[in-house]
Structure formats: C-alpha cells, structure tokens
Design a protein around this ligand. Structure first.
Ligand code: GLN
Length: 454
C-alpha cells in the first residue's frame, strides 16, 4: 500500500487518481496486517486497489467524472466495493473516467483526461475510456488492480490500449447496486488487472447475487481461479467473418491471426462463424444507451445530489433545474440526453427505440445460434486501432469516436461475458488486445481460454 501511495504521488502527470484516500488506505492496510497476523486472511487481504469514480464509496467523493456530482459523498457503499473490502482489499482512491462513463478516451471527464503511460515520441496518448483512469493506473503500477465498468466497451477498450487485462462479466453476474447508472440494461462492472489470473481472483470477490439489484442473477459463483487449468484441448473457437471490417489495419488482422494460432497450438479447434447482424450493433447501441441514459440522468436536478447552480432573484424551480443541468453536464452528456429523449418521444419511439430493441434481440440470437453450434468462445480484435493521441478524435465528429466500440458493443447488447487480453505490440510499439467472447455465466471457461493469449 505504501509503495502504491508513493507511486500515485509521483504520477500526477497521468491524472489517473482523482480522489486520493491515503489515510483510509493506511488504515485499511493496518487492518489487513492484523487479519494476516491472526491467521484469518481473506483472499484479497492487503491488496491495494483503485476504484473507478462511478462506484459509490461511503463518505468518499463519488463524482462519476461529472461536475454535477461535485461534492457528492454517498452515505452508502456499492455492493462491489463492499465485497472487495470484505475480502480484505485496500482502497487507494478514486480513478478518472469519462463523464457518466460516456466516452472512449477519458476526454469527457470533468477532471480532464487521464494519460496513457505508454507513449510514442513523447506524443500523449489516451488510455482509452471510459475506464481510462483505471487502465492507466494498472498499467503504470499505481495499484495492483482496479475496478471498471463496461456499457459498450469501457473495460475492454482501455485494457487493450494499455496492455492490461479487462473483463466484462455476463450481465447479472456482478451487482450494479451503488454504481452510478448510465444505461442500466447494458452496464456491468468488472476487474481491470495485470493478468488473467488476477482477473479471476478479483471477479471472485466482485461477483454474486445481490437482492438490492433486481437484475442480479441468483446463480452460484464457481471458483474462477480453479477454472484456470491451462488445458483448452478440444475447445471450439469461432472467428466471426463480420468482424473483418473494411479498412481494418493489417496489424490488427495479423494480431488476430496470431491469436488464432496461439489457440490452435494449444489444442483448440478453430471454426469460421457468422454473426450477420453485427453491422447494426453500433446504431442500435447508440439509440438504446442514450435512451436509458436520458432517463437515468433525470435525477440530477440540483436538489438531491451534488452541484446546484447559483440562482438569480425571481428564479423558480424550473430555472434551477435548467441552470444546474446546463452547467453541471458536459457536451457529450448533453448530446446523449438529447438523443435519448428524442428517440423515446411519442412520435419517434417506434421508429428508433423499438426498432433498436428488435435489432438487439437479433444480435443476441446470432450469438445464441453460434453457441448452439458447439462454439465455446469467439475470438475477435478488441479495438480497431492501438491507442490514439489525446485530442486527435475528440476534436472531430463524435461519430468517429463511437466507431471505437465496433468490436465491443455487441457483447453488451447480448449480455455476454467478454475479455480483452494484451496479445502483442503494433509497429509503433504500442499494445494491442484481442477479445474473447464467452457463453453466458461461463467466465471460468472464458478466463481459462484467455490465459492462452497472454
Ligand atoms: N464508448 C461507449 C460510450 O461512449 C462505451 C462506454 C462504456 O462502456 N461505458 O457509450
């Protein structure tokens, strides 16, 4: 813990830890020492972690990267973080992220962007988003692991951009209670770690049924570490032809082929599969996610949480809502709220929202059919490129940023588990990741296959 706190203090340039909690960390580390001495050490005893700012942590700033939650210190602890502390883990602080987890580069954060510890010729690169503070912190050894959340790729893309491992569990595997909601039918928390084994250990502590989250699955949590047998002989891995996108770089294509070979050499059988509705995933996601966000973000009204605008004489409650939301939300959040309310409005609901829900069902069915053919996992690239430069995409059309999620959003729409594993470097020396997509609630099997790609 002390080594991590020192590293954090020396890494302000990364802008990764946005609320430092050193006193709390040392107190928790002392408690962990005492438990170790008494011979009753739980699985994560004394392991220092960074926590994405989206998780509510009791009496510690929990701002979701937004100005509108400035000064918000919850009275409660999210289920995930409570379970981590129950397992003996130590909290180092809260980590930077895109505002309300909307973004792919950490540039929509009210704290300013986090910075990738990897660089090319001193050019500053994004650590990815929205869990960019988490990926940067893990990659720069500021913590042993971190929590992330993934609505459309926000664990897997930043992991791929920083050479770390990021696991999005099956929807329902990990409780969403106490995590600031973005798009509730897509959001899922998961571990961001240095290795697949660490991901298994962390997921163990994070997972489980929670009566406080009605979408949490009441099914047993298997021993994920025990699933890492190192044996994938006889497994069937599918390569979806629709993921071979037009304009995909040769480097990504080569990496994909290397991953295929690694799994083949380990005894897996590789088959070509088809997920025909893939091309509709991004448009469907960018209707459904903003729709849910516009509804979830209605609660930030200047009354109950965080920031309230200064009012002028004569202003009523409507002006308070309007001024608070106008200055509390950043541009990307406003864009999503506008798109979301539009697609949910009476005249357009069927044309956009209902249509997107139907597309979502078709995407899910594509995966069901592939798994029904006996495929155990699906191998794809995690991102279309390696980490891009800060400012490079944020200044262009927002849709260019959305294209980053092309390989990841399908997994959230279908509620499946997906993991990004660092598999190689590109010609600039930057990390590249591959993604494995698994059957629902078979994270153990997925982790075991993913370990072959490390
Ligand atoms: N980049 C996607 C978005 O902006 C995904 C974000 C996420 O997974 N939280 O919506």
């Amino acid at each position: 813990t002390e080594a991590c706190l020192t590293a954090i203090d020396g890494a302000d340039a990364l802008n990764s830890v946005v609320h430092k909690t050193p006193e709390k960390a040392l107190e928790m580390a002392d408690a962990a020492d005492a438990r170790l001495k008494s011979g009753d050490a739980p699985a994560l005893c004394g392991i220092p972690l960074g926590i994405k700012d989206l998780f509510c942590t009791r009496h510690v700033d929990s701002q979701a990267g937004s100005r509108i939650l400035q000064g918000f210190r919850p009275e409660y602890e999210s289920t995930v973080t409570r379970q981590l502390w129950d397992s003996g883990a130590v909290m180092l602080g809260k980590l930077n992220m895109d505002e309300f987890a909307m973004g792919s580069s950490n540039e929509t954060s009210t704290y300013g962007n986090a910075v990738n510890p990897w660089k090319v010729d001193d050019r500053k690169l994004t650590p990815g988003g929205s869990s960019g503070g988490s990926s940067a912190a893990v990659a720069a050894d500021l913590c042993l692991a971190a929590t992330g959340t993934d609505t459309g790729g926000s664990i897997r893309q930043p992991a791929a951009f920083t050479g770390t491992v990021g696991l999005k569990p099956t929807y329902g595997r990990v409780s969403r209670w106490g995590i600031v909601a973005f798009a509730s039918s897509l959001d899922q928390a998961g571990p961001m770690t240095k290795s697949v084994r660490d991901a298994a250990i962390l997921l163990q502590a994070m997972a489980g049924h929670d009566p406080l989250d009605s979408t949490s699955a009441d099914i047993p949590v298997p021993d994920f570490e025990a699933a890492l047998t190192g044996d994938i002989k006889g497994k069937t891995i599918g390569l979806p032809r629709e993921y071979r996108m037009e304009g995909m770089s040769d480097e990504i294509d080569r990496l994909w082929a290397e991953g295929r070979k690694m799994l083949e050499d380990a005894g897996a059988r590789i088959v070509d599969v088809s997920l025909p509705h893939t091309k509709y995933a991004l448009p469907a996601y960018y209707v459904i996610a903003p729709a849910e966000a516009s509804s979830n973000l209605a609660r930030y009204d200047g009354v109950r949480f965080g920031h309230r605008a200064k009012l002028d004489q004569g202003d009523g409650i409507t002006e308070m809502y309007e001024k608070t939301r106008a200055e509390g939300f950043g541009d990307e959040v406003k864009r999503r709220v506008m798109v979301g309310t539009y697609v949910l409005s009476a005249g357009f609901y069927d044309a956009y929202y209902n249509r997107a829900r139907k597309v979502r069902a078709l995407i899910k069915r594509d995966f069901d059919e592939v798994f029904a053919q006996g495929v155990d996992a699906i191998l794809t690239p995690a991102t279309p490129t390696s980490a891009f430069g800060l400012g490079e995409m944020a200044d262009s059309d927002p849709v260019a940023m959305y294209l980053n999620d092309v390989f990841t959003v399908t997994v959230n729409l279908a509620g499946l588990p997906g993991i990004a594993v660092p598999t190689g470097l590109d010609s600039k020396g930057l990390p590249l990741g591959l993604q494995l997509i698994g059957r629902p609630f078979e994270e153990g099997d997925l982790l075991n296959t993913a370990a072959e790609l490390e």
